[in-house]
Design a protein around this ligand. Structure first.
Ligand SMILES: NC(=O)c1ccc[n+]([C@@H]2O[C@H](COP(=O)([O-])OP(=O)(O)OC[C@H]3O[C@@H](n4cnc5c(N)ncnc54)[C@H](OP(=O)(O)O)[C@@H]3O)[C@@H](O)[C@H]2O)c1
Length: 306
């Protein structure tokens, strides 16, 4: 068996080492143009040349959850594309989103500002009943986030393509469910995949359906959001602000207004990072399952786009 690795920026050496330990008999190597044909590949943002040269792959493992960039390439229709499912990401996403929701709900930015000027002052407690959180996308990450928010006794709404029935979550689905979901959600958390259907889905028409004082947390992809529509809705007072981890252009350009907007919190696409050891263990398990002829989880449906 030959496993090849092709990463845009990451050093492949520790991955090669980890996979070699799991498969001592296999050839494991970082890809370079003209390299021999491999049976399995682990990639992040590979060039088209990689796909064109490696035509005999049994499976292409993406070293992340989102496969939108990979699906932009011209892939052989029969190629099995496999995403990371969880591998330590969902708990990170739950931490990040719960922190952002609580920071907004408890007005901790306001207390920070008071601290800067040595001011001791209380804010009136807000009613949790007024802060239902809507999680848009109830997949591997979204469902974990929704359940984590329930621990803090927030009312949680969920939105997905297919209808779902999850304990403690008010579920909405499909195009016909979107308006009801938005109107019922004071805080909107985006955890949908980026597909032709979901690109620009956070725009004036949808975000203005959040209740007045609504708040956006975008942790999925920058291209979900029409950035100028968000700024206009915050500046008009309809939305209270946003926490953004992903952007149309990354790194976020130095001159971008988001850096300086007082009601927008920016983090550098860090809400749920790929953890190397967990990811290697998951991919090793899936390669072993494929070798035994067993089905594996996380196979991407190119028609759906996720
Ligand atoms: N910021 C970061 O650090 C970071 C890290 C990892 C991932 N991400 C992002 O997070 C996204 C979500 O990850 P995941 O692993 O939870 O994805 P997932 O398991 O593929 O789940 C996607 C969810 O979105 C729903 N959905 C898809 N298209 C829809 C549509 N047109 N309308 C309504 N709902 C739709 C799906 O509905 P069904 O359940 O009906 O299929 C599913 O519930 C990733 O795609 C990636 O972009 C970000």
């Amino acid at each position: 068996m030959h496993i090849t690795l092709c990463f845009e920026k990451l050093d492949p050496a520790p991955w090669v080492q980890g996979l070699q330990q799991a498969f001592p008999e296999a050839k494991v190597s970082a890809w370079a143009p003209g390299a021999p044909q491999a049976d399995h590949a682990i990639v992040w943002a590979p060039p088209q040349q990689f796909i064109d040269e490696q035509r005999g792959l049994q499976a292409l493992f993406n070293s992340g959850a989102g496969v939108d960039a990979l699906l932009q390439l011209k892939l052989p229709p029969s190629l099995k594309v496999v995403r990371l499912d969880d591998a330590g990401m969902s708990v990170q996403m739950a931490e990040y989103v719960c922190h952002a929701v609580i920071r907004h709900f408890r007005e901790l930015d306001g207390y920070d500002a008071d601290t800067q000027v040595g001011k001791w002052s209380y804010r009136k407690p807000r009613s949790r009943a007024d802060f239902a959180v809507g999680v848009m996308g109830l997949g591997v990450l979204g469902e974990r986030v929704a359940q984590a928010l329930r621990v803090f006794e927030f009312s949680v709404n969920g939105y997905s393509r297919s209808a779902k029935d999850l304990p403690g979550i008010r579920c909405f689905s499909g195009a016909q469910g979107l308006s009801g979901f938005l109107a019922a959600s004071r805080v909107l958390v985006n955890l949908m995949p980026l597909t032709p259907e979901t690109e620009n889905i956070l725009n004036q028409a949808t975000l203005s359906q959040l209740p007045k004082g609504g708040y956006l947390i975008n942790v999925a992809r920058g291209k979900h959001l029409v950035e100028e529509d968000l700024i206009a809705l915050i500046d008009s007072g309809h939305l209270a602000g946003a926490t953004l981890d992903v952007f149309r252009t990354e790194p976020l350009p130095a001159e971008h207004l988001f850096w300086r907007h007082p009601k927008i919190t920016v983090t550098p696409h860090t809400s749920a990072r790929t953890l190397r050891d967990e990811s290697i263990a998951q991919i090793v398990g899936k390669i072993q399952a494929l070798q035994r002829g067993e089905p594996i989880k996380g196979v991407v449906d190119p028609q759906r786009g996720y």
